[in-house]
Design a protein around this ligand. Structure first.
Ligand code: UDP
Length: 317
């Protein structure tokens, strides 16, 4: 039996660690690369003793060499939360540009297939709603989010260049808001913020008037879409996300209801260039991959809540 070897950059991150688990369960040998900039050892601690799992501490903005065969590369290394891009703007640009270049060079050398983790942020503050893959976006290159948005847009261009010029087999997944266990508690994104605030009885910090919309996908659904994309022949970008859209204010109210919390809502300033709407058009994923999200918001949030509750117990805070 031939062994499939798959390398995951950012494998100790939120999405990367769930991907490693899924790949292992599909029988892949997994090489997990991470430099722990925003990933964490605890996310993969339970995999370290598995024979089919190898961890390498490495920063993918520096070239990575190996003599072992590699069949697939999933390039998932990047800061991914708006406060991370503010704190790590240069690293965000570097991993999207140099990191993608290095991952593609590795894919080319090993004749491996590469999946790029791209993002709904390539659509910026969208003028088309919901967003299909054919929309080119509305991005401010010089705003604080530009470091992430433009790095991912550059990464997509680089992936297509390697595909067209070198014939590398490539896939691009545009990931919409995703949540679930292993999000960092201080990640700053809306799901960990609201859940922890609700669990502690603190006010939920809604930015702006809360009328901006998002659509939240549970992590196992996302990982399933990515795995199907990896196995497909699709080289054009594919949106993966849950199309159920709601305002951030409605989302805050839903978390308060689910946690039965006495928390109130506090309105704070809206961050610069915060997109007003976001909802994936998943027609392509449905038609090409036969994919659709399965986990309802209430079920997914309950699983995320349990994770954060258990973190509070284990860390005593
Ligand atoms: N947001 C909020 N309160 C928070 C954190 C985020 O109201 O404590 C809002 C944020 O302004 C944005 C939405 O929630 O409109 C989603 O933010 P997040 O940082 O999760 O990701 P984004 O979708 O902006 O990349």
């Amino acid at each position: 039996m031939t062994i499939t070897r798959t390398l995951v950059t950012g494998g100790a991150g939120f999405l990367g660690s769930h991907l490693c688990e899924r790949l292992l369960s599909e029988g892949h040998h997994v090489v997990c690369l991470d430099n722990f900039l925003t990933g964490h050892r605890r996310n993969v601690a339970h995999l370290m003793n598995e024979e089919a799992f190898t961890f390498v501490e490495h920063d993918i903005t520096k070239p990575f060499f190996t003599d072992s065969p590699i069949d697939n590369i999933l390039h998932f290394a990047s800061p991914a939360s708006p406060i991370d891009y503010l704190e790590l703007p240069i690293q965000t640009l570097k991993v999207g540009s140099l990191g993608t270049h290095n991952a593609l060079g590795l894919a080319h050398k090993h004749s491996a297939r590469l999946v790029l983790a791209s993002t709904s942020e390539v659509y910026g503050d969208p003028l088309i709603h919901p967003q299909p893959e054919t929309y080119w976006g509305n991005v401010n290159p010089v705003g604080p989010r530009g470091v992430y948005d433009e790095a991912k847009r550059f990464a997509e261009a680089m992936v297509m260049a390697y595909h067209r010029y070198h014939g590398v087999e490539t896939r691009i997944v545009r990931i919409f808001n995703t949540y679930g266990p292993r999000m960092r508690r201080k990640d700053g994104r809306v799901v960990p913020n609201f859940i922890q605030q609700a669990l502690r009885g603190e006010p939920l910090t809604v930015y702006g008037d809360g009328s901006q919309t998002r659509s939240f996908c549970f992590v196992t659904d996302l990982v399933d879409g990515i795995y199907r994309l990896l196995m497909s022949n699709e080289t054009d970008p594919v949106n993966i996300g849950n199309p159920r859209e709601m305002t951030i204010l409605q989302f805050a109210e839903e978390i308060i209801r689910l946690t039965d919390s006495a928390s109130t809502i506090e309105f704070l300033d809206l961050p610069v260039d915060d997109p007003k709407t976001r909802q994936p058009d998943i027609t392509r994923a449905t038609e090409i991959l036969g994919w659709a999200p399965q986990v309802e918001l209430e079920e997914g949030l309950t699983r995320a809540l349990n994770y954060f509750r258990q973190l509070d117990v284990s860390e005593g805070s």
